[in-house]
Design a protein around this ligand. Sequence first.
Ligand code: ATP
Length: 563
Amino acid sequence: MQMEKLVSLCKRRGFLFQSSEIYGGLQGFWDYGPLGVELKRNVKDAWWRDMVNAHDELTAPAGAPAAYEMTGLDCSIIMHPQVWKCSGHYDLFHDYMVDCRESRKRYRHDQVRGRWVEAKDQRIFVTTMASAEDEQDSIQAKALKFFNLRAKHAEQLKWDGGIVTLPEVDDASKVLGPDAKSLDTLTEPREFNLMFKTTIGALGGEEDTAFLRPETAQGIFVNFKNVLDSSRIKIPFGIAQIGKSFRNEITPRNFTFRSREFEQMEIEFFCHPDTSHEWYQYWRDRRMKWYTDMGLAGERLRLREHDPDELSHYSTGTADIEYAFPFLPEGEFGELEGIAHRGDFDLRSHMEGKLDEKSKPLEVQLGADGKPKYRGSGKDLSYFDDDVWERDKEKLGLRSFKEYVKQNKDAAQPGAPYQYIPHVIEPSAGADRATLAFLCESYDEDEAPDEKGKMQTRTVMRFHPRLAPIKAAVFPLVKKDGMPDVAKQVYRDLKSHFNVFYDEKGAVGRRYRRQDEIGTPFCITVDGQTMDDTTVTVRDRDTLEQWRIKIDDLVEDLRPRLV
Ligand code: ATP
């Protein structure tokens, strides 16, 4: 599939627009149009329903070590700045960027790609930011221009190796920047914090600086105790949240894949340390299955376990669910979701002060003065399993938990195994990236007969029915003989059940095409026979099969087909 075709369909049919387009757009920001908003809502609703509302808390699902509970949160975007100091984002959440002294543009170091080439006794590294399919053409055009050669003399360019990224090049003086005409215009890579800064209140001093959240996860950690204290929830359980996150990406690109404002769908799953690795495996597989159930089956989707040397030592596993987006070079995949075993790193950091991720066992990171570099909340974020304590206390011959802790005061965790800091499994997904993957996967072109029976190429978005923005379209075959009135009544009856659309404009074949192009799974047509026997035809978007059904049976016929 060519990406330009999808991008143009998204604009033409109202899935996605560039933000502030009438002012020339704003890089890294996107608006969802009338159909896009329905699609993305359906993605988020399917996630929330499958992970939270429809989760059966009484039965252990296949592959899970036990039954578990799920609940949700909706936290504020701006939080106490200390949250980001203790989470590590303040110090560590950065990318490397390079600036071009000639073009005044800024690039993410690892996203600049190029190729070594030699001509006229000079060997240089020509770079580009063009998309994968245009990369080589762009590099060649730049190299020809640099060496002052015509296209017909392209054979004078001697290529050395394939296309590689800028961090793989050690001689900056030979680099021709993506938008530069001369060599050696790129600065050394510099760290750049990705958090957007903002100011709280009217005074606006340094102490009023706050950040737009770069992830939704921290809101869950800092509310862990609130959720425990306000519900009767017991470990193992998960807290889900969907919401906006902001990252000041240096080079936002690839449509919505890397945006500066985007939405995340995250779960923090709290469990006992002893079973955490089993829970990690469960969530990794459960999340992978969700994408395949929603239609991303096939070799473009893959689960990639990180190698042990990529893991932080407190984690026993991290996996990425990745999709081979069509704008990526052949064989490359882009992350849709990361599933990480995070141990007790986050809860302890918010409790004791930011931990040093390199220490083993984990210890609070100290500043130059020997005190914690970033102080934690000092609040107790441990979990007390009173069911197990009640079960065991008589066996232990103790009256109170205090006595137990006193007895074990020299142990590393005197309250264990009854009181402990839970381990966390974090499935962290992007709603926009998932929506983009569903758009890419759905795009298809096939042949279908037009109204005269002639085969024509048709564009069809093969969305899973749960994700399709419009579930069914209702048409009168012609605009006469009472058909529009009956069709309008069918539309009204269906509208309270599903998102349906009424259309009487143009030839019926054209109306089918318009619905195929936006992925409507069913088209319902009122025709001459409807007037005699109150049946309508239903047409399936994918198989093009048609069947007749009584108007009164439509809802029950469609319902199971839409789940
Ligand atoms: P990447 O390496 O691609 O920048 P990441 O590993 O930093 O992603 P996480 O911090 O794990 O991403 O965020 C979880 C999810 O949030 C990602 O899997 C992705 O779906 C989504 N996400 C992260 N950054 C962006 C972005 N700039 N635009 C859109 N979605 C994003």
